[in-house]
Design a protein around this ligand. Sequence first.
Ligand code: NDP
Ligand code: 2IT
Length: 453
Amino acid sequence: MSNRQTVDREIKKFMKDVRKRNPHEPEFHQAVEEVVESVMPYVLDRDDLRQARILERMTEPDRVVIFRVSWEDDDGNVRVHRAWRVQFNNAIGPYKGGLRFHPQVDLSVLKFLGFEQVLKNSLTGLPMGGAKGGANFNPKGKSPHEIMRFCHSLMVELHRHIGEDTDVPAGDIGVGHREISYLFGMYKRMENRFAGILTGKGLSFGGSLVRKEATGYGSVYFMKNMLEKQGESLQGKTCSVSGSGNVAIYTIEKLLHEGATVVTASDSSGFVYDKNGIDEEKLAWIKNLKEVRYGRISEYAEHFDGAEFHEGKTPWSVPADLAFPSATQNELEEEDAKMLLKNGLRGVSEGANMPCTRAAVSLFHDAKILFGPAKAANAGGVAVSGLEQSQNALRISWSRAQVDRRLQGIMKDIHDSCVEYGNDGNGWVDYVKGANLAGFVKVANAMLAYGIV
Ligand code: NDP
Ligand code: 2IT
């Protein structure tokens, strides 16, 4: 066993090199550092992994494709954007991971997401490598025709780099059912092939039941598993949710099924606090607002009595038993964590990718509350994407109940892997360490088996 000093020295040395090799990529450094802190003691004890420089190889993407996307807006102006596909690691299966359309997308964000995806996909137990892509394109305020032209133009390049046995993109922030449909339509036309090259497709053209709900449902199943281990349930718990997109909506829906009360939702303009709770009827209204009308969450407070809109704020000042950050990275900071803990917080399930800063996570750990890290807690989405790939390959469709049962089984298995690798021996589980180590070991062993490639 390496002693703590040696471990700390090696982590420092490793991170110095990562920062030097990848300057100006703070999100990527953040994601790598968290993993390296978890896995370094294990790596130092395995000569084979050290000699093969597995950690160095795993933090370097297999390849990054960068390309221009030109398109014409409704006023006839030519617009130019940049898009990326980061194919991070395919040791255990074809590259798999979402596409994000957001003005703040850059290489750092996509590398952090791609790196996380490698370990997340490994945790699902399904044969999927990790990738991420997207563009610095802001879908907000664009007409449906503009979105269509952008998606079509993007696929004209992307089609060369993907395929059902190569790389299978899906949705993420700013990429939902509408965008996936446009992307799929152009791929099919260009290649004259109908194949499972994207997931999150419409149900009439190869999509899977429960894919839309999977990330949010999975995040709640993960919390349920953590609570059950403590002999508790979701029944009667007060929950705060951030975001009001795909993940947030189906997190709220499953929390309602489980008898919890949800008092917040948000978007980038602020959050709504509904002290009476968001019920099924109000949730149906939010779905229409966000999935059909593409409107703003502030309208909720205008529509429902007793609800307040807090402009420019995040929901973490509201007292809650459980928090489900489900919007974006670093949206829950140290001060938010302090406030939540002061107000009696008992658990967090990260629906978004890396929504809590490292300082916030550290406070949650010190307080020994339940903390489900993103790569475990939000793995339900990509897991059902994997099930969509299986259904496409078999040319069959499973029922809603079949897919949901598999999703619940996968979330339980992920939970149990985290417990196995993250148990401190005194009854407390470090789910961050557990998820990082369980995800890492499988990919590392596969890479080792291939030799130096
Ligand atoms: P959506 O685009 O459907 O929703 C995103 C939500 O987050 C919106 O409410 C959006 O508000 C808000 N948001 C986005 N960026 C910011 C920001 N910079 N500041 C504040 N709020 C912001 O995306 P998803 O729900 O699909 O994704 C949410 C998170 O979940 C992301 O971290 C994503 O990577 C992660 N995830 C998604 C999966 C999926 O299957 N979709 C799977 C696993 C993880 P606004 O509309 O105002 O921008
Ligand atoms: O972050 C994620 O896991 C996703 N955006 C889903 C990826 C996928 O391929 O379904």
